[in-house]
Each structure stands twice: as structure tokens, then as C-alpha cells.
Ligand binder design. Structure first.
Ligand SMILES: [Zn+2]
Length: 248
């Protein structure tokens, strides 16, 4: 593993345009459980009943009670971990330009990254379904659900529900980032869900080196990734940054 960390650090120092694609796995060390996979939220509750836009419109209190309240409590307490902070350091050093994330927790922005494309929107803000007024999720009073705008209509979280489209502008921009980067770091995601799935494929086709940091091999590992560093993202990022700073 040490060799791969050295190799990654060297490659990053020489790169001109690095992008990162991140998913739920990067936030696990910040105590945010993933939605999909073993131990994920969708094992406990049915997303079609609690995370579909139709379910929210029909009964927002039910969706708040079962899913959103829990998410708010977890995300309110969450802090960026070493993997998020490592990516923020890479941006400060002028190496990393853009993060494409499937997460809604805004931990990349909290860590200090300034260019973050959020495929699934964010949970940090609520938006009025009528007048588009916004309200910070952490300030929502959980004793009065659902949160309501001054205009009388209800707020909805700014994240993308099942049954809703990923904003086309975000997809377009991510594709542009994939085509232009010379390295793509894929961290904490197996990238099997569209539209994230085709982003590393596009990057690879346009000549980028794909470096995966994941706890286990994924469908990308064999054909798309140039190499994978297996383990906890926080510790791996710390080691990469330490190596890389020694080169500077
Ligand atoms: Zn309103």
C-alpha cells in the first residue's frame, strides 16, 4: 500500500487538473450512515415510501418523522473527517479543482472546498415550495413539523428525492470536469448508480488517470481504475498528503 500512496502523491504533484468523485463512503467516518448497501438506511426503511417526492408531497410529516428528522440530527452533528480535510488541502495547494459528490451533507464545503457539484442537492437548506424562500435546516424547529415558510406553504429540503431529476446543469458540468481532468480520485463510492457511474468512464476515455480509494474492490476496479488503494479514506488521505507535501 505504501508504494501506491507514494505513486499517488507523485502523480498528484505533477497533475494540472485534478477532480474527485465522492460518495457515501467518504462520510462514514463522520458517522453518517450510507443509504445503500449493508447497514444502509434503505435496509431499514423503504425509500419509495419515505424518500420519494410523491410520498413527501402526500405526507410531509410522515417523511420528516421517519427519515428527515433522523437525517437532520445526524448531519447537524457531523464534522468533516480526514478524507474531506485532505481534499480541502489539495485544493489549497492548487492541485484539486472540483469535487463531484453524491452526498447531501455539505461536509466538503465545511472542510473548505469551494467548487463542489452536488448531484443530489444538499440537506443544509430548506426551500419553500411556493415562493422559493430558503431556510437553514439546522434551524428547523422539530416540534413543529413540517417546517413552514412565512407565506404558509411548506419547506422542502434542497436534496433530490426519488422520482426527481438530477439537475441537468450539474450533469453537464460534471461531464465537462470529467473530460478536462488529468486525474480523477474516486473516493467512497463504487459509482454503480447513474449519473455518477459514467463520470469516471468519461474521464478514463479522455485520458485521465483514475485512482480509487475504497474499502474494497468495486465494479470500477478492474476496467476503469488505474489502481485502487484499499482501506479507510481518512487514513489514506493523510498518508497521501504527508507524502505529497514532502515532494513540494
Ligand atoms: Zn414561501
Amino acid at each position: 500500500m505504501d508504494d501506491l500512496i507514494k505513486k499517488t502523491a507523485k502523480k498528484l504533484v505533477l497533475a494540472k487538473n485534478v477532480a474527485a468523485l465522492t460518495g457515501a463512503g467518504i462520510s462514514v467516518e463522520s458517522n453518517i450512515p450510507p443509504f445503500r448497501g449493508p447497514g444502509g438506511i434503505w435496509e431499514k426503511i423503504d425509500p419509495m415510501q419515505y424518500a420519494h417526492i410523491d410520498a413527501f408531497i402526500k405526507d410531509p410529516v410522515k417523511v420528516w418523522d421517519v427519515l428527515l428528522k433522523n437525517m437532520k440530527e445526524i448531519i447537524d452533528l457531523a464534522k468533516p473527517n480526514d478524507a474531506h480535510l485532505g481534499l480541502a488541502r489539495l485544493e489549497k495547494l492548487g492541485i484539486l479543482k472540483t469535487i463531484i459528490t453524491q452526498n447531501v451533507d455539505q461536509l466538503h464545503q465545511k472542510a473548505g472546498n469551494t467548487d463542489v457539484i452536488e448531484f443530489h442537492g444538499n440537506f443544509a437548506w430548506q426551500r419553500c415550495m411556493k415562493c422559493n424562500n430558503r431556510f437553514e435546516t439546522r434551524k428547523v424547529d422539530l416540534t413543529k413539523l413540517p417546517p413552514q415558510c412565512e407565506c404558509g406553504e411548506i419547506y422542502r429540503p434542497e436534496c433530490v428525492f426519488f422520482g426527481e431529476m438530477i439537475p441537468p446543469d450539474d450533469i453537464e458540468r460534471s461531464e465537462q470536469v470529467a473530460l478536462e481532468c488529468d486525474i480523477m480520485l474516486v473516493i467512497g463510492t463504487s459509482a454503480v448508480v447513474q449519473p455518477a457511474a459514467h463520470i469516471p468512464v468519461l474521464a478514463k476515455r479522455s485520458g485521465a488517470t483514475i485512482i480509487e480509494i475504497n474499502p474494497e474492490r468495486t465494479p470500477l476496479t478492474k476496467n476503469i481504475s488505474d489502481w485502487i488503494i484499499i482501506g479507510q479514506a481518512g487514513r489514506i488521505m493523510n498518508n497521501i498528503i504527508a507524502e505529497l507535501e514532502a515532494f513540494l
